[in-house]
Design a protein around this ligand. Sequence first.
Ligand SMILES: Nc1nc2c(ncn2[C@@H]2O[C@H](COP(=O)(O)OP(=O)(O)OP(=O)(O)O)[C@@H](O)[C@H]2O)c(=O)[nH]1
Ligand SMILES: [Mg+2]
Length: 141
Amino acid sequence: MDNTDMKQIQWFPGHMAKTRRLISANLKLVDAVAEVVDARAPLSSRNPEMDRMTAGKPRIIILNKCDLADEKATLKWISYFGNLGVTAIAVDCKLGKGLKSFVPTVKTKVLKELMDKRAKNGMTGAAVRLRIVGIPNVGKS
Ligand SMILES: Nc1nc2c(ncn2[C@@H]2O[C@H](COP(=O)(O)OP(=O)(O)OP(=O)(O)O)[C@@H](O)[C@H]2O)c(=O)[nH]1
Ligand SMILES: [Mg+2]
């Protein structure tokens, strides 16, 4: 098998490896990571490497398309992630439902420590930098 064949059968697409590198390398530029997943299948619509790629960063999981998901199941997912110590909120980006709670949740829960520290130093007005991540078609845009 020559080099060209090897390239064709590589199991991990180059663009994914590149994105993974970028996410890890630029992590210091952001205060927190917001991971968008599909509320109907929060686990299978996640990138399994995301935990490792964003290790150490405060994180919020956005259960998007909650209009298409079972409401009770969505509540269960929120407590599922909560039990893992990860804040999750349900939103419907089509109607904008739940979006209003996004910034307050980030400030009072996800980045509480940072906000408290800034308040102490009189820096409350400083911008908060977030990175939005998620697999294709989950509703990031
Ligand atoms: N029903 C419903 N559809 C949604 C919601 N949010 C996004 N969509 C639809 O889902 C599709 C994908 O949304 P995008 O925002 O383009 O997804 P994306 O994650 O940016 O996709 P890529 O840029 O390909 O990675 C579009 O058809 C949206 O209209 C939602 O809350 N509810
Ligand atoms: Mg997009």
